[in-house]
Ligand binder design. Structure first.
Ligand SMILES: *Cc1c(COP(=O)(O)O)cnc(C)c1O
Length: 244
């Protein structure tokens, strides 16, 4: 085979291998989740993997779906839009996980089944109004700044209960639980108290609301998801480990 032929063959191979690569990485992540669940006495089915696809372009969407990824997370509307325009986008459930600007809400509620980043009563009320106007019901999580870092988005923990009470009965949204981002650290075990605090807060607010559907804990990313699973995560948002 000539040099040209070899090159073409190599390129084709790379093209078909993305789905395999994603599938392998997903299997590794699922193994790690299963191990963390075993140690914590949880069932692995309690944990959903949200693949954060912000690192890849829209041309990879088919490979992500072929790898078995069905729950996809994006943190910016502009980037998400290109993927959502593709015909295969309807096969996935979309999660909006980033800071949400008001002027993007109308578009976001039309395409995303979940919003993880409601960080004020004002934003939640606005999302609810836009969703109701569009005849939609969007699953929403309140983002909590557990660690209190100034650079982090999210409600202070002490404001979460009041915010949940203010939003729980609005048409257009369904309050489903809490989300947090742990501080960046070299030692994931050191952030376990952050995850444990979010779980406690979820338990308290669920009881106050008397709503068993307020059950989700979106916490854990590539570097810290086993610790989050050990503390009760029901959704882990994984980017680099899957598609980086
Ligand atoms: C990018 C991002 C993630 C995924 O982070 P990785 O470290 O790449 O796994 C999770 N949550 C949010 C809000 C993000 O923006």
């Amino acid at each position: 085979m000539g040099r040209q032929g070899l090159q073409v063959e190599t390129m084709e191979k790379e093209a078909v291998d993305w789905a395999t690569t994603y599938r392998k990485r997903l299997a590794e992540v699922e193994d790690a989740i299963a191990a963390a669940c075993r140690r914590a006495g949880r069932a692995p089915q309690e944990v959903r993997v949200i693949a954060v696809t912000k690192y890849v372009g829209p041309e990879r969407l088919g490979d992500l779906l072929a790898a078995g990824l069905r729950e996809l997370g994006e943190n910016r509307w502009q980037q998400a839009r290109e993927k959502l325009m593709r015909p295969e986008a309807g096969a996935a459930t979309w999660h909006f996980i980033g800071r949400l600007q008001k002027n993007k809400v109308k578009a976001v509620v039309r395409h995303f089944a979940w919003i993880h980043s409601i960080d004020s009563v004002e934003l939640g009320t606005f999302v609810a109004a836009q969703a109701a106007a569009a005849g939609r019901e969007v699953n929403c999580l309140l983002q909590v700044n557990v660690s209190g870092e100034a650079t982090k988005a999210g409600l202070p923990p002490e404001e979460v209960s009041a915010a949940a009470q203010a939003l729980v009965r609005l048409e257009g949204i369904r309050l489903r639980g809490l989300m947090t981002m742990a501080p960046v650290t070299d030692d994931p075990e050191s952030v376990r108290p952050v995850f444990a605090a979010l779980r406690q807060l979820r338990d308290e607010v669920r009881q106050q609301l008397g709503d068993p559907a307020f059950s989700e804990l979106s916490m854990g990313m590539s570097d810290d998801f086993p610790a989050a699973v050990a503390e009760g995560a029901t959704m882990v948002r994984i980017g680099r480990r899957l598609v980086g």
